[in-house]
Ligand binder design. Structure first.
Ligand code: ZN
Ligand code: ZN
Length: 358
């Protein structure tokens, strides 16, 4: 079995049936799988999947505290800004472009650690990174962890149901999987530790960083704007946690072909360049599928890319040493080529049509 087919823990309902078609589990199957996968009493190696949901659950008290005790309209406006722009852009900068695609390099670990913690932590890196590599190889096909053809709930529960590492990898396959995480600064388990904990990331690191991150952010926000600001921003983080799962569904056309001529150039998968995730978080997802390793994804006029602005500014101050930027290649291969090809196609089609008529 190819490494990429084996890297993720196969859900109990499987990825595909005997005919190679996608298995579409029922909502009941999906929920049962989710609770099986976060059950640390059944298998302690579920700890990392459980952590993802525990983080979200522990944010709920902040939501209650904000709406019932500390509510104000300006704070709500800030929370909306934080959800749609700040933490979303951070997701693109950190989890997506750096951790998964290595689109740029930091000059010193301190800039990496600052970037990592620029937003409230909502899930461990490993949950995102390993499965996202699979998403690129198998987009919209069986095995894609957030295959939109599986439906909305299939994508919403994918972080626990489809995104954890296979717990039975050979030592060489584990090392290959761990290599995907090596540059992130996450403490990586040895093969023996992986056999015990079922994860690439060390539990001590993951839990320790989570507590430090939340401690820092609650303290800093409290000093700036009291409990009201702190609870508003923590509430915003949990809304993003839910929303980013929905993006995995809508960003691939909800499982349907919705490409727009002159906007979505990659037709090998269902990914779309959508305005809201694009303008607010630099997720021009169709462009990204064409150039996954690019630190910039906003290529066409009007495609604002806030994460790219951040990365470019870090480069200007010397915190980022190098980056990939595929804009020129995109323009040459897709935009300019289209201008040239159109008239050529006309001249080819015309004589055939005349022949048919004749
Ligand atoms: Zn995608
Ligand atoms: Zn990607």
């Amino acid at each position: 079995m190819a490494f990429i087919d084996n890297i993720l823990d196969t859900p109990s309902y499987g990825w595909k049936d005997e005919n190679g078609e996608l298995v579409k589990p029922t909502p009941k199957q999906l929920w049962a799988e989710a609770f099986r996968r976060i059950n640390v009493f059944r298998d302690k190696r579920n700890w990392i999947t459980m952590t993802s949901w525990l983080m979200a659950t522990l944010m709920v008290p902040f939501v209650i505290a904000f709406f019932f005790f500390h509510f104000s309209w300006p704070m709500l406006a800030l929370a909306v800004l934080y959800t749609f722009v700040m933490i979303s852009s951070h997701g693109t900068i950190w989890f997506h472009r750096y951790c998964t695609h290595k689109a740029y390099k930091f000059s010193h670990p301190i800039f990496r650690i600052i970037t990592q913690n620029l937003a409230i932590k909502t899930f461990p890196e490993e949950i995102y990174v390993l499965s996202h590599h699979v998403h690129h190889v198998k987009s919209d096909m069986p095995g894609d962890p957030y295959n939109p053809k599986g439906g909305w709930l299939y994508c919403m529960l994918s972080d626990v149901n489809h995104q954890s590492i296979n717990k039975n990898l050979s030592e060489s396959d584990y090392k290959r999987a761990a290599f995907f995480m090596q540059h992130t600064g996450v403490w990586i388990n040895s093969y023996e530790q992986y056999k015990k904990w079922g994860s690439v990331a060390s539990p001590v690191y993951t839990i320790g960083l989570w507590l430090l991150n939340w401690g820092f952010w609650y303290g800093a926000l409290y000093l700036i704007g009291g409990h009201s600001l702190a609870c508003a921003i923590f509430s915003a983080a949990v809304i993003w946690f839910v929303g980013v799962r929905a993006f995995n569904y809508t960003g691939h056309g909800k499982g349907e072909e919705k490409h727009v001529h002159g906007l979505d150039f990659d037709r090998s998968n269902l990914s779309l360049n959508q305005s809201r995730p694009g303008l607010f978080a630099g997720e021009w997802h169709n462009n990204h599928h064409l150039y996954p390793g690019s630190a910039r994804a906003g290529f066409l006029p009007g495609q604002l890319d806030i994460p790219w602005i951040y990365i470019y500014c870090l480069h200007k101050i010397g915190a980022v040493t190098s980056f990939h930027d595929s804009k020129k290649d995109f323009i040459r291969r897709y935009v300019e080529a289209q201008k040239v090809k159109e008239p050529v196609r006309e001249t080819i089609v015309e004589p055939q049509r005349l022949q048919q008529v004749g």
